[in-house]
Design a protein around this ligand. Structure first.
Ligand code: NAI
Length: 255
């Protein structure tokens, strides 16, 4: 039997990259998928692709920074699709300005990155929490190598702070929700080739090389590399796993 049969899975930022791959992978395992993205068109396209492959998928436009909209979408999903039992908090952005750049940029980066990567995770979790508790659900948050360290390849302090925050939030939720049968874990992707880093890969191939040279498996990741671990954490295969982060980084953090 498919591993996620009878589940309804919400994936944020599902119109692109890692979120899109997870949404398709969950659909292949029998889950009904709810794709949420600020980019309505991309989410709709990804949902159509799943339906074309005989999966079940609906898309809704959502900016995860808008708390009231998260609550409204959760109500719409409950009415139109049903009770959600899996939530993947994946939507995120990255910028590479340090703390000593132009003031306006530094402040702008802080506000946007924390709002999307950290408060967004809170907003969507909060909105779907009643359904997840009722259904003994699973929450999977997308962290990073930067849930542990800052990278010297250009990156912003806001990004590192946001991803440390995602891991802290994961632990806090796992501790509080375990008694309800809700499992909460994170995935820490390494350098994954997606539209998020497309520009930097094109303009600065040296940067990609620095990552790959440090990676025992000797290559960059693909969105598909995240799918197996994401299925594991959403399925009964991980029935006794909670509060963990599964690194999917080709071994980057070991050296
Ligand atoms: P991506 O740029 O391909 O996809 C991100 C998606 O999030 C896009 O569809 C975008 O429209 C959506 N999004 C952005 N802001 C949003 C908002 N306010 N509300 C709703 N949706 C919004 O990026 P990628 O690489 O797939 O990243 C997904 C997650 O993985 C992010 O949290 C990122 O920080 C994380 N990650 C990515 C790594 C990589 O190397 N690509 C490495 C480590 C973590």
């Amino acid at each position: 039997m498919a591993l996620l049969q009878n589940h309804i899975a919400v994936v944020t930022g599902a119109g692109s990259g890692i979120g899109r791959a997870i949404a398709s992978g969950y659909a292949r395992e029998g889950a009904r998928i709810v794709l949420l993205d600020i980019n309505e068109k991309a989410a709709a396209e990804a949902a159509r692709e799943i339906r074309d492959g005989n999966g079940s998928a609906e898309s809704f436009a959502l900016d995860v920074t808008r708390r009231e909209d998260c609550i409204a979408v959760a109500k719409q999903v409950a009415a139109k699709v049903g009770p959600v039992s899996i939530l993947v908090n994946n939507a995120g952005i990255a910028r590479r300005n340090g703390m000593t750049g132009a003031d306006a940029a530094v402040i702008n980066d802080w506000e946007d990155i924390i709002a999307i990567n950290l408060t967004g995770v809170f907003n969507v979790t909060h909105a779907f929490l009643p359904a997840l508790r009722a259904g003994k659900g699973r929450i999977i948050n997308i962290g990073s190598i930067q849930s542990f360290v800052h990278l010297r390849t250009p990156s912003s302090p806001a990004y590192t702070a946001s991803k440390h925050g995602v891991l802290g939030f994961t632990k806090a939720l796992a501790a509080e929700l375990g008694k309800d049968g809700v499992r909460v874990n994170a995935i820490g992707p390494g350098f994954i080739e997606t539209p998020l880093n497309e520009k930097v890969r094109a303009s600065n191939p040296e940067l990609a090389k620095v990552f790959i040279d440090h990676t025992p498996l000797g290559r960059a990741g693909k969105p598909e590399d995240i799918v197996g671990p994401a299925i594991f954490l959403a399925s009964e295969l991980s029935a006794y796993v909670s509060g963990s982060i599964v690194m999917v980084d080709g071994g980057y953090r070991t050296i």
